[in-house]
Write a protein that binds this ligand. Sequence first.
Ligand code: FE2
Length: 416
Amino acid sequence: MDILKFRKDVLVVLACCVLLIIGAVGMEWLRTDHAKKPAAVVTTFKGDPMTSRAFTWYSSNSEADAIVQVVKGDAANDWESEQVLTFKGMTATVIPEDGSLKQAVHKAEASGLEPGTTYSYRVGSGEEKGWSAAAVFQTEVADKDKVTFINVTDSQGVTEQDFSLWGNTLDKAFAAFPEAAFIVHNGDLTEEPSDEQAWTYLFEKASKWVTQVPFMPVTGNHDEVDGNAEPFVSHFNLPDNGAEGSIPGTNYSYDYGPVHFVFLNSESNIKEQTKWLRSDLENTDKAWKIVAMHQGPYGVNTYKKVKDWTELFDEFEVDLVLQGHNHEYSRSYPLRDGKIVGDGEAAVQNREGTVYVVTNTAGQKFNEKKEDKFYHKVHFQNEKQMFAGIVINGETLTYQAYDVDGKKRDEFVLEH
Ligand SMILES: [Fe+2]
């Protein structure tokens, strides 16, 4: 009897062990499979927006290739077709400072594409289970003098809930401006750049937009800390045409339609960027010039380190400066040489002055409203996430700022 009971106990223990082993192997199989899947997929401009498109994604496999496949049309289902174009990029290893698992960053670019064309794409390692879901993008139409884009800033979150607010801001922005060709984010993407979980939330909550519409970021003081912008630049595949000494991906410019866009890094290498800015602005023949930077000269604070830049904005008649950092809404009168040159009501005519804006915040943090400055035409704190849609159509630029409840809070026009 005792022997029978003993045998039964042994069998139960053995059965439990077998189940545990099967469970562990199964979990590892799932984990490995999951690790192969691209995460934090984001598309950006790097080369010419008419003929190329760049991509970045993370995985846990630093041995994996970085491959993007593209094919014309918005409903790709045959990735074996001869029409599919395959491009190989670069894989690098990132060791997050927050102690989370080692990550692999993958960057690739599709080039030689046709302007004004819809493509499906997928990114991954090239292994069967290592592909992202397919998504769609459109190359820029050639010779078009119209463009719409979205401006947001300071998503700057920590928790999943923080980034749900950010995702909602983008949902509302694209509902209002469905034709937007790209997103300009004015910096401070997360609160703490070494917090990789926050980056995961940032991309997850906005994935339906940032996998399809280029997400062009500015470097903020929460993106570059003590000269380190590694997590920020690791997450984006951006133009590397900035000033000598700038961290690649923190300072760049590109053209889209009738506009030259300049992205400055207010956090480092300011003197070299001043030299670069002069030659960059000298060398563009685009009718419109728009600058994006984080800490601005005419936000709610006045960031004095960039005074030399404002002189160049005056000299080269920059139309609009998009700023971040202040977590309040702020719009200047048109300014030239530090003086007001228009009433802020009528359209700004013939590049008579530059308008400086801060589109409050797309995230959870609102600052208490600070004192108005002489240059403020519009300045308020509504404690609601905001976004702006900017439409350039030939000789006219229209800027409209909304809160996430759909209320238009500001609008102005520039005319050439
Ligand atoms: Fe911020």
